[in-house]
Design a protein around this ligand. Structure first.
Ligand code: FES
Length: 108
């Protein structure tokens, strides 16, 4: 499958919190730095209307700022109550300082 890559931010954007929120054509995306490896998910929690990029990243888990639910940012899988539904993930690649995501159709 050929992916179309979109440049969304640079590594320096992730330096402070390890997580950074961007919008790509109206699609909110959270970008994460897990020990130098970059991942991306949809930025809206599957439990309620909260931005994961405003939450707290601990290792590969993002804690939602609203009810402290958890997701694994590598897989999108829910990892702590009250979250039960996976958050969508996106393929990521880096070229130098630049971070790109591909918007795939699969909802997982
Ligand atoms: Fe994210 Fe409730 S809105 S845990």
């Amino acid at each position: 499958q050929d992916l179309t890559w979109h440049e969304i931010c640079v590594l320096a954007d992730l330096e402070d919190e390890g997580v950074y929120g961007v919008e790509l054509g109206g699609l909110p995306i959270a970008v994460y730095d897990v020990d130098g490896e970059i991942f991306a998910t949809h930025d809206i929690c599957t439990h309620g209307l909260a931005r994961l990029s405003e939450g707290f990243l601990d290792g590969d888990l993002i804690e939602c700022p609203l009810h402290q639910g958890l997701f694994n940012v590598k897989t999108g899988a829910p990892a702590g109550a009250p979250c039960t539904e996976a958050v969508r993930t996106f393929p990521v690649k880096c070229e130098g300082e630049k971070i790109f995501v591909a918007i795939t159709e699969d909802a997982a």
